[in-house]
Structures are given as C-alpha cells and as structure tokens.
Design a protein around this ligand. Structure first.
Ligand code: GDP
Ligand code: GDP
Length: 455
C-alpha cells in the first residue's frame, strides 16, 4: 500500500508490527533470590520497579511484553512470591506450575554460584513432566571466572547452561537468542474456532465472588468444594463444559475449585493464577460480587484481562441479594469505576438461583465475535475520511495533523494502524476509538490503535 509521504517499507513494516495476534508466553521460574526478577527486568529492557524492595509487599503485575531481535512475546515473572507461605519446595513448585502451564517456553534460572539444590531438582522434575522447551540460565556469572560454575549445571540434564549476569547484562543476549529458538512464533494453543477445538474461557474474579458456585451451576451438578490444606501443590485442570449446546473449555478450574487458604502471599498467588488463566484463554468472564462495592481488586482483575488483550464479559453475581438501593448504587459504581470497559457485555446473574445463566453464552459469543472482527480496509477508510472531514484534528502550532490512511493489521483483539501527517493527540485518538466502536461494534473486546506519523 502506498501512503502519501511514507515509504512502502514503512507502511508494510508498521502493519506487520501491529498485526500480531496473541503473543507466545515465556515463563521465568526458579528458586527465590536466584535473580528471576532482575532477569525479567533485563528482558523487558526496563529499569522500573519489577524488583520490589519492600519485603511483604506483593506485586499484582506478573506479565510483561518484551521484544528481542524483532520478535515480541510475553514474559511471566514469578519472582514476587513469599517463601514462608507453603514451605520452600511447595512454594517454588506451586508458582512454577502456574507459570509453566501458561507458557510456551520456560527460562529456568539457577544461581551458578550456589549450584543446583534439591529445590532446583524438584523444579527440574516439574519441567520434565510439563514437556515444554526449557532454556537453562546459569545466573550470577558476573565475569569469566564464573563460567566454570555454570558448566556444573550440565548435571541437571536440561542441556546447555547459559552463563548470564542478569545484574550486568553479560550473556543475556546469547541466552535470549536461545529463548527465541525455543519459543514458537505464536502461542502453541490455537486461538479461534477456525482452528478447531473448543473455545477457552477463563472464569476470574477475586475470592468469594462466586466462581466455584458459578462453575458448579453451569456444569449442572453440585460438587463438593474441598478445602485444600496449605502445603499441597495443585494441578491446573481444564474442564470441558457444555453450555447452550456447545462445548467450552474452562481453563484452570482446579485453581477455582481448590480453595487454598493462605495467610500470606495469597494475593500474589491469586494474581499469578489469574494471569496464567487469562493467558490460556480467549475470553475472560470476570465475576464481580454485586452485593459489595466494586473494589480496587476487581478493577485490577479487569485490567489484567484488558492488558492481556482478551475478549471480556462482566458477570455481576449474587443478584438475588440486591435490594433497590444497592442496585441504584451499583449502577453509579459501574459508571465511575468500570467506565474503561463499558464495551464489555454485561450479565446480572445469580449462581445460587441460576438467574440469567442462559444469558452467559450469548454474551461470550458476542465478545468473541467482537474480538475476531475484521474491518475491510476500504470500509475503514471511507469511515475515517468522513470522520476526519466532519471532525478535523485541532490546529496545533499553525498545522493541522491529518489521518491519511488506516488499516486493521490484526485481530484477537482488533489492532489498527493509522498513518498521519502529524502528531495525533491522545484526546483525538480516544475520539477515534469511540467512533470506531460506534460504527463497527467491537463489543466485548479491547481494541488497539497505533499511529505512525510522517517524518
Ligand atoms: P528472585 O527472587 O529470583 O526474583 O531474585 P532477584 O531478582 O530479586 O535477585 C536476588 C538478588 O540477587 C538481588 O540482590 C539481585 O541484585 C541479585 N542478583 C540478581 N542477578 C544477579 C547477577 O547476575 N549477579 C549478581 N552478582 N547478583 C545478582
Ligand atoms: P469463589 O471464591 O469465587 O469461588 O466463591 P464461591 O463460589 O466459593 O462463593 C463464595 C460464597 O458466596 C459462598 O458462600 C457461596 O454460597 C456464595 N455465593 C456464590 N454465588 C452466590 C449467589 O449468586 N448468591 C448468593 N446469595 N450467594 C452466592
């Protein structure tokens, strides 16, 4: 495509860069203090606070986008856990399990100065069982004298140990080259009905919103929810459930059914589990307890699904308990606290009474359809042309930036690239997004718009 004032290569490059669907996922696992978070910082090329200085403060962000040698992927950091929650082996195993499940490849970090410990060996067993590609990172090799330490790690049976100093950056480039070889171009799991197999749903929400009740209700049977004792590790289990005549895969339902009650670190485990489930899914059903005020935690969970680029439905549960007053305030809260996801289909349900359960599937289907929508370039530009003519960008410094051409570069979620003659302000970008939604729907899906400006 030729766009006035742009090189053909620029245009094609921009479209290709924006056109990716769901990205493959790299998990970084290992014992505490081996340098996982330091390494993740290196990989994502940011210095900002992934490493948390304050002990006891758990992070809720666990996935980051990264790029190496022109390839983009996601990184799941498992560095934020508290080691005294389950006991060291169980803790390392639990966090590694969540992360490995959701990953397409794994970087296993070992402290080369310490050598392989029993805990490391336990993670190796998990990695073998999972059968995902593994890159072994022998960390804390800050100089040539440490290389010998790294070579001892051949004994783990995971192939070549890559000597790395996450702290100083030594060896990380070579290791990332190996990561790219191990990582598939796209997530191993298929995304989309066309590829076959059931669509994948992540049922997410903070504790006690009714996830396990809802799962039991839709599965059409009452199951006993076992209170697992702390200290047991759990298997993420995907469950096939037939709804509305279609079989759906609910991902990581074991994490929902088993109620691991942890004193400390529970938030972090919950975040890691939610992030892992969202990565595995195509659509997130976010459950919110309508009987309580919408909380910061609810918002974080919503944000996680949006940032992961998944389709989304919001289900307000416990509707049976709402009186008129609560209903009034809930509507006000939704308007103020969840305005950024006003595009998500909404269902008001009760897992207890079964109210509106039949509305869940149509909402999920709507969201998936929005997620997969592709707008033909001709139609998009006809729309943009009219929009820009009727509502031009404000004049800035005597110039009026114009949108010259736009195209949808990808789906799942929809991604657009706009080519412009000058800088397009954030307010105008939001205006365009709003109008795109009004025109083309995109119900239940985040949309991405990137703007290329003519030099
Ligand atoms: P995590 O618990 O595995 O996430 O480990 P962190 O990333 O928090 O690192 C634990 C400690 O090891 C911190 O004090 C880091 O500064 C240090 N560290 C991490 N990577 C290296 C490295 O390559 N060389 C050295 N000397 N120290 C490192
Ligand atoms: P989870 O932690 O998100 O899996 O939540 P649970 O399914 O364990 O539910 C937490 C509590 O809320 C339990 O006591 C449920 O009986 C109750 N609950 C779940 N759904 C509903 C509902 O629709 N109405 C009412 N009244 N209570 C519910």
């Amino acid at each position: 495509a030729a766009v006035e004032g742009f090189d053909v290569e620029d245009v094609e490059g921009a479209i290709e860069a924006a056109g990716h669907g769901p990205l493959p996922v790299l998990a970084v696992v290992g014992r505490p203090n081996v340098g996982k978070s330091t390494l993740v910082n290196r990989i994502i090329g940011r210095r900002e606070a992934v490493v948390e200085d304050k002990p006891g403060v758990t992070r809720d962000r666990v996935t980051y986008e990264a790029e190496w040698a022109g390839r983009r992927f996601k990184v799941v950091d498992t560095g934020g856990w508290e080691q005294d929650v389950l006991g060291i082996d169980a803790s390392v195993a639990a966090q590694a399990e969540y992360a490995i499940e959701a990953a397409d490849a794994v970087v296993f970090v070992v402290d080369a100065k310490v050598g392989a410990t029993d805990t490391d060996e336990a993670v190796v067993r998990l990695l073998r069982k999972a059968g995902k590609p593994v890159v072994l990172c022998a960390n804390k090799v800050d100089g040539p004298s440490g290389e010998a330490d790294a070579s001892y790690l051949w004994s783990l049976g995971l192939g070549e140990p890559h000597p790395v100093s996450a702290l100083h950056g030594r060896g990380t480039g070579d290791m990332l080259d190996a990561v790219l070889e191990a990582l598939p171009e796209a997530p191993a799991q298929s995304f989309g009905a066309a590829v076959g197999g059931p669509r994948r749903i992540a049922l997410i929400g903070r504790p006690n919103v009714g996830k396990s009740s809802l799962l039991n209700k839709v599965a059409g049977e009452e199951r006993v929810v076992v209170n697992e004792m702390a200290g047991t590790t759990r298997d993420p289990v995907d469950e096939m459930i037939e709804l509305g005549g279609v079989t759906w895969k609910f991902v990581d339902t074991a994490g929902i059914r088993k109620r691991v009650h942890l004193q400390q670190g529970a938030d972090y485990y919950a975040s890691l589990r939610t992030a892992a489930a969202v990565e595995k899914a195509e659509v997130a059903v976010v459950l919110i307890d309508a009987s309580e005020n919408i909380s910061v935690q609810d918002q974080r969970i919503v944000t996680m699904a949006v940032e992961a680029g998944r389709a989304m439905v919001i289900a307000y549960n416990k509707w049976d308990t709402l009186d008129e007053e609560r209903r009034y305030y809930l509507e006000r809260e939704i308007e103020t606290e969840l305005a950024q996801v006003a595009w998500a289909p909404r269902v008001n349900v009760s897992a207890r009474t079964g109210r509106h359960m039949e509305k869940l599937v149509p909402a999920i289907e709507t969201a998936l359809a929005g997620w997969e929508t592709r707008v033909p370039t001709g139609r998009l530009n006809a729309f943009l042309g009219e929009l820009v003519a009727a509502h031009p960008h404000p004049v800035r410094g005597g110039k009026q930036p114009r949108i010259l051409f736009g195209t949808q570069a990808g789906t799942k979620p929809p991604r657009f690239v706009l080519f412009a003659s000058g800088f397009i302000e954030a307010g105008y970008r939001r205006f365009i997004e709003r109008r795109l939604r009004e025109e083309f729907g995109f119900e239940g899906t985040p949309i991405h718009i990137s703007v290329r400006v003519r030099e």
